[in-house]
Design a protein around this ligand. Structure first.
Ligand code: P6P
Length: 338
């Protein structure tokens, strides 16, 4: 019989694995699940209540039109997490600057970076979307936090993960001791353990990239993708392209099935603090890898809140194959001498 375990029970177990734990992180993650349940409720019925579909009249810091559900998710996370008592500061894709915790009584010792609703261009066409979160310990003195608490490399995250609002709502997270997935039982209102100790296959058969950007790719990416499509040496079948255009959905599928997601340079789109770094922690904790092409994503020193990085992430063997192309150490192609 499979273990019946709620995410709260699992988080408590994780807390017990960390002798220095005070219970604050447990409480923080618990608050986050509440925010996600509220977002999931409205995402689920988006098509039924006209006031949550479509665009707002605002454009965010990245020049992207803010969807109504984006704004709802942002407001929900700020409201719930702002009063959790566990955070000193937050940073969001939807906010130019850090978000301070105004109520002094509600301040804590952590910083949280998040993308409230990633993939929002897919909202109105019922494609899976997600919330991504990254949690660091506060490193500055004093009660209120600041940008320095947010600008920490991914290697120092104490927890990271995402919620995916798809055919079901799931939470996938890590505190540095492996990765597990929990499926929301809408009847119970609880996230129940459904994917214990996720390990991503060393290689997959899926690659995820926007082929429409091919003319912008660097040489290594062109070489790598062409090799995936025609291995030539007969050792393996061509890979299949699966690209939803929703990072959380593409990442989650590849995490479970194996494969590689690429949003390469020279014009990277994805943000380090609240997209690349948290997913990189999940990938590495599940046995996978994440690189910018030159540096492990987890080792990149953030220069600014909304810093963008190339992201190549997924099965370790597939990421290593990509890096071989980057290093110029290209394995003999189909027509070269053996
Ligand atoms: P493109 C969604 O807008 C997003 O931020 C990610 O969720 C997704 O992986 C990426 O952009 C898709 O970008 O340029 O391929 O449409």
């Amino acid at each position: 019989m499979s273990t019946f375990k709620t995410v709260q029970q699992h988080i408590l177990e994780q807390e017990r694995l960390h002798p220095e734990a005070t219970g604050e992180l447990t409480s923080l993650l618990g608050s986050l699940t509440v925010a996600a349940k509220i977002i999931a409720r409205d995402v689920r019925r988006a098509g039924l209540t006209t006031n949550v579909l479509g665009q707002t009249q605002t454009v965010n810091v990245h020049g992207e039109t803010v969807m109504k559900l984006d704004q709802f998710a942002e407001d929900t996370i700020q409201r719930v997490m702002g009063s959790s008592g566990m955070l000193a500061v937050m940073a969001s894709e939807e906010s130019q600057d850090v978000i301070s915790i105004s109520d002094e009584r509600a301040r804590g010792n952590y910083a949280m970076m998040y993308d409230p609703l990633d993939g929002s261009s897919n909202i109105d066409v019922n494609v899976s979307i997600g919330t991504i979160f990254s949690i660091h310990r506060k490193v500055t003195a004093g009660d209120d936090g600041g940008e320095a608490d947010c600008l920490q490399p991914g290697r120092r995250q104490v927890a990271a993960g995402y919620f995916i609002y798809g055919s079901s709502t799931m939470m996938v997270y890590t505190t540095g001791r492996g990765v597990s997935g929990f499926t929301l039982d809408p009847g119970l209102g609880e996230f129940i353990l459904s994917h214990d100790s996720i390990r991503t296959p060393d290689r997959g058969r899926i690659y995820s990239i926007n082929e429409g950007n091919r003319n912008q790719w660097d040489e290594a990416t062109v070489t790598y993708i062409d090799r995936l499509k025609s291995p030539g040496d007969g050792t393996r079948e061509p890979y299949s392209l699966r690209y939803i255009g929703s990072l959380v959905a593409d990442f989650h599928r590849n995490l479970l099935k194996g494969g590689i997601f690429l949003y390469p340079g020279p014009k990277p789109k994805l943000r380090l603090l609240y997209e690349a770094a948290p997913l990189a922690m999940v990938a590495e904790q599940a046995g996978g890898a994440a690189t910018t092409g030159t540096t492990p994503v987890m080792d990149v020193e953030p220069a600014s809140l909304h810093m963008r990085v190339p992201l190549i992430i997924g099965s370790r063997g597939d990421v290593d194959d990509y890096l071989e192309c980057v290093d110029g150490d290209r394995r003999p192609g189909p027509d070269s001498a053996s």
